[in-house]
Unconditional design. Structure first.
Length: 723
């Protein structure tokens, strides 16, 4: 273990100028950034907590002022980061802080002492803290007073709220005690009692380890919304903001309505901050306890906003590398949030890029061809369409991209690409945590080749479908969730014109379980069902024998193309990370990688003992009709913006309708790193396919998974989180 404060080489390196090149330049540059411990002081090497069981050590350490000295990359002490200096007076105060923290969590008998402060080396100490938790205090009874004058349903709801967070038999914790008080008040405020107040008191019987909890409710008079004033609009027009607020004078007062209004105005995208608050008289709740009749029943609402820039330019770039491709791209965009004077949001974005062909992980060989790719998309959002909280959407996108399906491409096969055009129009609505979107979409996909001959039977495909998207979000954070749940479902029905007729359903659920202040257990489950009516008949025979069944060659080509556009696939950095993209599921012959050959010639050359057999032509992903995926991931901090993850993924795609093949789990495990940046986390994942828990050895149509560095692993580098 290297420690800069003790290594003589570090003191010597400070005499040298930083070296920017050479074999050891980077190492010497990093070591020259060593920090030192002040004279006659000691750095804290580690802090260990012993004897705790009900409360995690990381939570206890969060309540302390003393901290462990950070280590660069989790290993090197004194590099880039300052040492945390040991102070025995701070440690003594920390012991009192820990006892107070335990008391707030219901452990009134907890005692804490420093068991040992041991010297480690010349300039470090290790601190051990011993905790004696004792028996916790639990809630023995809960009483709610002051509900006699309320309607029976409302009084019942208040009593239910008093037991929802902190009920009889629960450990008595101060945070839940206060949260329950606020919950009772919130029930009343949502029913028009703007001046409602709730006092709380608890009596702790230490010999019996019981707490008697009481809440005293003062409802005050029922109120209605009064005048709504808006401050800080600046150049923003007032009419669309008032429409989004959707608060009418004379309506019954509701705190939930105020929160929904605040979220709706913030969702307009033209304000950096929004505050929607009732303009209650000072000490209104205190007056309610004394003389409710003296309070006004009309509550004004004050809205304070801070406009953001109406026009913005986006500029960025990125790199993606996996076992199939390596590409670099730029991102250029322009956004106007008040295009026509009614807070219409217009966005146009271009993402030009180049695929370095055939450069890919792990070979990273020099490219011999540059494949142009790109995407241009635009979006227009009209707020308050038809009603206050519904937005109208218009979308258009044009893209060009290569179709790379094999890690070991056949040099004789054409390099296929697609020109893709998509347009969509629809409505979206947010209601609290529920989001809904209904749109109609048209996709036109035109094939071409970057090199080689385009198959004469391969033509333009058109898919037209309405889509219903629903999301229900209970996460505490949508970027780095630590707790909560997220549910999503997509329903598409192709066939309103176009070449494909099908129904596609893809539900998904995610759960986030906190295992401490900084540890998160993330779980994900997803299903997929494709009910195709006029295509897909060749998938099962193709996967089993490499032949299209009774279909002609032209029908075979059309069938494979529509499955490529509409079929279900699994594998890749946001799916099963032990496999490359689209690698899990039925594999077989893709005829348009063999232009000019008949069905019989293609099938003959794809027999396993044929001298012309090529995996790049004969074992390519076809897509399937039934999908299931499951993932579990443990996320933890490493140092600063660097975080780590341990994950296990499983999935399968079947060539049959509603066919769950759990005997083919395709189980993979691995680890990943995430480095936080302003544009999102840079992510590196390495997944390992666990032997014995893949598809059975005699399974047909599975293909042979690609290897990396001669190992059954997949490596992916990109930007964004997996789920």
């Amino acid at each position: 273990m290297l420690d800069c404060s003790r290594a003589r080489v570090c003191r010597r390196l400070h005499r040298f100028k930083p070296i920017g090149s050479g074999k050891y330049g980077l190492l010497l540059l990093g070591l020259s950034a060593c920090t030192s411990i002040p004279d006659r002081r000691y750095a804290i090497r580690s802090i260990d907590v012993e004897g705790n069981s009900a409360i995690g050590a990381d939570e206890i350490e969060e309540s302390m002022a003393s901290r462990e000295s950070p280590r660069f990359l989790g290993f090197f002490g004194g590099v880039l980061y300052d040492h945390q200096v040991f102070n025995r007076y701070v440690l003594e105060a920390d012991l009192q802080r820990i006892e107070r923290y335990y008391r707030s969590r219901g452990f009134y008998r907890a005692r804490v002492r420093a068991g040992r402060v041991a010297y480690w080396g010349d300039r470090h100490v290790k601190v051990s803290i011993i905790v004696e938790e004792g028996a916790p205090v639990v809630v023995g009874r809960v009483d709610v007073h002051g509900l006699d004058g309320l309607e029976l349903p409302l009084a019942t709801e208040c009593r239910e709220a008093s037991l929802l967070v902190l009920g009889v038999g629960d450990r008595f914790e101060e945070e839940q005690f206060a949260e329950t008080s606020e919950g009772i008040r919130r029930v009343l405020s949502d029913q028009g009692y703007a001046y409602a107040s709730v006092r709380r008191r608890a009596r702790v019987d230490l010999p019996r380890s019981l707490a008697s909890v009481g809440y005293w409710v003062t409802p005050g008079p029922r109120a209605r919304f009064g005048e709504v004033t808006i401050d800080g609009l600046g150049p923003i027009p007032e009419a669309p903001v008032r429409r989004a607020l959707d608060i009418t004078r004379g309506e019954p007062y509701s705190e939930s309505a105020l929160e929904s209004a605040e979220q709706a105005v913030l969702g307009l995208g033209v304000f950096s901050s929004v505050s929607v608050k009732p303009d209650l008289p000072r000490r209104g709740r205190r007056k309610a306890r004394r003389n409710a009749e003296a309070l006004p029943t009309s509550v004004p609402v004050r809205v304070v906003v801070a406009p953001s820039k109406l026009r913005s330019v986006r500029l960025g770039g990125g790199l993606h590398a996996d076992t199939l491709r390596t590409d670099v791209h730029l991102t250029v965009g322009w956004e106007h949030r008040n295009l026509l004077g009614g807070l219409q949001n217009f966005l146009i974005e271009a993402v030009p890029g180049i695929v370095l062909y055939p450069t890919r992980i792990p070979e990273l060989e020099a490219p011999d061809r540059l494949l142009l790719q790109g995407r241009v998309r635009s979006e227009l959002r009209q707020p308050s369409f038809l009603e206050a909280r519904t937005n109208a959407l218009l979308r258009a996108q044009a893209s060009v991209y290569p179709v790379l399906l094999s890690q070991d491409p056949d040099p004789g096969a054409p390099i296929l690409g697609y020109q893709d055009f998509r347009v969509g129009a629809g409505l979206e609505r947010q209601y609290k945590r529920l989001y809904g979107s209904l749109s109609h979409n048209v996709q036109v996909s035109r094939p071409f080749t970057y090199a080689g001959t385009l198959d004469p039977d391969l033509g333009t495909a058109i898919v037209s479908y309405p889509e219903l998207l629903n999301k229900l979000d209970f996460r505490d954070d949508d970027v780095q969730p630590h707790s909560g749940a997220y549910f999503q479902n997509t329903l598409q029905a192709a066939g309103v014109g176009g070449d494909a007729r099908d129904v596609k359903i893809e539900p998904e659920a995610r759960f986030f379980v906190p295992l401490g202040r900084h540890l998160t257990l993330a779980l994900r489950g997803a299903l997929g069902f494709l009910f195709a009516q006029n295509y897909g008949d060749t998938v099962a025979p193709n996967a089993a024998t490499g032949q299209p069944g009774d279909a002609t060659r032209a029908e075979w080509v059309e069938d494979v193309q529509l499955m490529f556009l509409r079929g279900l696939f699994s594998g890749g950095p946001i799916s099963n990370r032990g496999y490359r993209a689209r690698e899990i599921g039925p594999h077989g012959v893709v005829p348009f990688f063999n232009p000019g050959q008949s069905s019989a010639e293609i099938s003959g050359s794809c027999l396993p003992d044929s001298p012309d057999f090529s995996r790049a032509r004969c074992e390519l992903p076809l897509g399937g009709f039934t999908l299931w995926e499951a993932s579990i991931e443990l996320r933890f901090p490493l140092l600063g913006p660097l975080r780590g993850a341990l994950f296990t993924d499983a999935s399968d795609v079947s060539p049959e309708l509603v066919s769950f093949r759990f005997d083919r789990p395709h189980l993979s495990s691995g680890f990943g790193f995430r480095y936080e940046t302003p544009v999102g986390p840079i992510r590196l994942d390495i997944g390992y396919r666990i032997p014995g828990v893949q598809a059975p050895a005699d399974a047909s149509g599975e293909g042979v998974p690609d290897e990396t560095f001669g190992l059954p692993i997949a490596v992916a580098l990109g930007i964004g989180v997996p789920f």
